[in-house]
Ligand binder design. Structure first.
Ligand code: FMN
Length: 327
């Protein structure tokens, strides 16, 4: 699959943009395990044009993680255009527009998935951003606002006509937020539409290598995107890529190996931020890791992990787990 000159190979598997998750350290780690493209967390166009320090930091990318997309959101055309130009100067490979975020503070104000209630404005912003920058512009959105307005099949054509060069579809409506199951049938419909010539990236509930392959096979998408299943499990890209390429599961990765990866994730996060903020950021990922699933009486240890404030404390909990649980 290609997005303009960016060749992502066959059956690309992408790391989804996720606020407070896809910082440079995590993106790089996923990239090393095989993610074919990574996305920054979404960046507010309003904050960007005001040069808010914390927001500007989100534009930090490094060459090792390429190809990388920076994602922006906003609800005003002029602001989005200005933000897009600021983003372009930081030289990402792609600029992605978020029309999918369902949370109240974003969608409730008309940005993100809120734009699914104002399609003319969504298209105006998309056209203006495409015209404002030279890099490829892509869009990530949902099936529609709610069950009665699943408009993605016609919307995909309209967005394509605005000049976007790929479309990511999360198989839920805004009303669903993150509940229920992602429905890939309409994603497949978009892909089947003979008028659609841009790559279609499917997203939602891909949690196993088998499901990843099924999504390619059943719905014909050009790429799949993985979000939550990468929490505390960045090696999912290695598992998925191997399965797609060979049709076989990767030989099981040992518990110790996975623990070492998580330790590295802690250190990367601390090096990127500082000890306090790095730990705050990463301890939630660790506590959510599927490698601890099924361990009897693990609740206390998980709580201790969520309360850890230093690397030493967190590592001693990981040592305790290693010494006290046999998996
Ligand atoms: C913690 C969290 C933060 C997210 N932040 C973003 C974001 O910044 N931009 C975006 O387009 N989607 C965001 N999403 C949505 C994901 O990119 C993805 O569409 C969604 O989680 C469904 O994919 P999954 O089932 O593989 O997780 C976020 C999701 C989660 C759970």
């Amino acid at each position: 699959m290609k997005i303009r000159h960016i060749d992502l190979g066959e059956h690309p598997v992408l790391l989804a943009p996720m606020e407070d998750v896809t910082d440079p350290a995590f993106r790089l780690m996923c990239k090393k395990f095989g993610a074919d493209m990574v996305y920054t967390e979404f960046v507010s166009a309003d904050a960007l044009i005001r040069s808010v320090g914390k927001t500007m930091q989100k534009l930090n990318i490094n060459d090792e993680e390429r190809p990388v997309a920076i994602q922006i959101y906003g609800k005003d055309t002029a602001t989005m255009v200005e933000a897009a130009k600021i983003v372009e100067e930081t030289r990402p490979d792609i600029l992605d527009i978020n029309f999918g975020c369902p949370v109240k503070r974003v969608a409730g104000k008309g940005a993100g998935a809120g734009m699914l209630q104002n399609i003319p404005l969504m298209l105006e912003i998309t056209r203006a951003v495409v015209d404002a920058v030279k890099i490829p512009v892509t869009v990530k959105t949902r099936l529609g606002w709610d069950n009665d307005h699943k408009i993605i099949v016609s919307l995909a054509e309209q967005l394509q006509d605005c000049g976007i060069e790929a479309l990511t579809i999360h198989g839920r409506t805004r009303a669903q937020m993150y509940t229920g199951e992602a429905d890939w049938t309409l994603i497949g419909e978009v892909k089947k539409n003979p008028r659609i010539h841009i790559p279609v990236i499917g997203n939602g509930d891909v949690t196993t290598p088998q499901r990843a392959k099924e999504c390619f096979d059943l719905y014909g998408v050009d790429a799949i995107m993985i979000g939550r299943a990468s929490f505390g499990r960045p090696w999912i890209f290695k598992e998925v890529k191997h399965y797609i390429e060979t049709g076989e599961e990767l030989p099981p990765l040992s518990f110790d190996w996975k623990m070492d990866v998580l330790r590295r994730e802690v250190l990367d996060s601390v090096n990127l931020l500082d000890e306090r903020r790095g730990i705050l950021h990463v301890r939630r990922h660790l506590a959510a890791s599927p490698i601890f699933k099924g361990i009897p009486n693990f609740k206390e240890t998980r709580i201790a992990m969520l309360r850890a404030e230093t690397v030493k404390e967190l590592f001693s909990i990981l040592d305790y787990i290693k010494g006290n649980y046999t998996l």
